[in-house]
Design a protein around this ligand. Structure first.
Ligand code: COA
Length: 154
């Protein structure tokens, strides 16, 4: 089946469902809706009218771009879809940053996926003189006021 790539159609439901299918982060629909509202750009791979892969861009659209949620469903992996998704995000960055400037592109690499990103030109942030750091904030006030609902999607 031919694979087509579609821009900016990723919905909160799709996002939650794809994460569920891959056994990744358990995201509430409230979080997903708010999060999708802040995408700078998203791309999905579609086969047989079903979304089989995704990727999205966050950031300030000029100096700092963040690649997030690169995912290809297990049965479709190893066919170049993940590479195409990341390359399309990079192409978008090139076409939408301020002309004649350089921009920094960041991502948080899952364990054992380093080689996938290295083949696309990314390097360990330590080699650029800095170390990426991370904080998990577990006590968001929003979550206290409005407990996030978990939904099971088909
Ligand atoms: C990581 C992921 C997106 C790769 O997608 P994919 O469509 O299978 O990858 P591709 O077929 O485009 O692979 C591109 C290249 O990377 C290589 N590659 C892919 N995954 C790799 C891995 N885990 N380790 C080493 N190399 C890998 C491929 O062999 C291929 O090499 P080639 O260009 O020399 O042939 C996919 O495995 C996935 O969704 N994993 C689960 C979610 C996840 O961990 N996402 C990353 C979050 S940081």
């Amino acid at each position: 089946m031919a694979i087509v790539y579609q821009e900016n159609i990723l919905t909160a439901d799709d996002f939650v469902l794809l994460n569920q299918k891959m056994g990744l982060t358990d995201i509430s629909i409230e979080q997903a809706k708010k999060s999708m509202g802040h995408n700078l750009y998203s791309i999905v791979a579609v086969s047989d009218d079903k979304i089989i892969g995704m990727g999205r861009l966050l950031g300030d659209g000029a100096l700092f771009w963040y690649i997030n949620d690169i995912l290809v469903l297990t049965e479709h992996q190893g066919k170049g879809i993940g590479k195409n998704i990341v390359n399309k995000l990079i192409q978008y960055i090139k076409e939408n940053s301020v002309p004649n400037t350089s921009a920094s592109v960041f991502l948080f690499c899952a364990k054992d996926k380093e080689a996938f990103y290295e083949k696309l030109g990314f390097m360990d942030s330590c080699k650029s003189g800095g170390i990426g750091m991370f904080l998990d904030v577990n006590d968001c006030e929003y979550a206290k006021k409005s407990p996030a609902k978990k939904v099971a999607l088909k």
